[in-house]
Write a protein that binds this ligand. Sequence first.
Ligand code: FE2
Ligand code: FE2
Length: 230
Amino acid sequence: MIQGRSSERKPSDQPPDKWVHWTTKEKINYLLNRGNHFMQGHLQRTAFCVNEIALELFREGQFPNDLSLSYLMVLSGASALHDIGKLFLPPDVLSKPKGLSAKEFEIVKTHTEKGAEIIEKVIKEEGHSDSLLSLAADIARSHHERWDGKGYPKGQKGDEIPLGGRITAVADAFDALVSPRCYKESFSIDSAESIIVEESGTHFDPKVVSAFVLVKDEIAMHYAKWAPKS
Ligand SMILES: [Fe+2]
Ligand SMILES: [Fe+2]
C-alpha cells in the first residue's frame, strides 16, 4: 500500500475538505483505505475481476508480449486506481441521480486524464519508476477507450489501447452494471454478461470478453459473497 509522506497528518483521519493540503500520495492512500464507500467497493471489485480475466488470458497464452508474470503481479493493484481522477470532480456531478448534461459529461470524462496525471505526479515525486504506478497511469487514462475507437479521451482503437485498459474496461463495465447507482437499478449477473458479450468487438476487445465469459461463474461466486451495495 502506498504510504503517506507526513507522519503527523493521517489522511484517513482528515475530512475530504482538507484534501487540498495533502500530497497526491496521501490522496491516493485515502481513496484506497477510507475513501468514499461507493468508490472503494467499486475499485476493489473491479480489481478482482481484472485479476480473474487476466489470469484466464494468461492461461490461454493470449497477448504473450504483454501478459507476463511480472505484469500480472501489478495489474490488479494498478487497475484499483482506474477511477482515482473522480476524486477531483465536482461531487454534485458524480452523484447526480438523472442524466448528465453534455457539459457535465465532458467534465466526467476528464477523470481519465486527471487520474493519470495524479499518478504520474506521484511517480515524479518518488523520483524513480514504479511498474505498478506506471501501469496504473496507463489504465486510468485508457479504461474508457473503446475497441471501435469511439471512446475517450484519445479515441484509440483496437490494440492501440493498452491491454490493462482493455481488461479494466470489461471489469469496470461489469461492476457498474451489476451495482445499483444513483441513476439506475442493478442488472443481474447474467444480464450484465449478455450486455458485455453484445458489445464484444465494438466497445470491448473480443479476446478479453471471451476470457471474461469463461471466468464469469467464478466472479459471480465472489459477488454473491460481497453483495455490492454501492
Ligand atoms: Fe472511469
Ligand atoms: Fe470505474
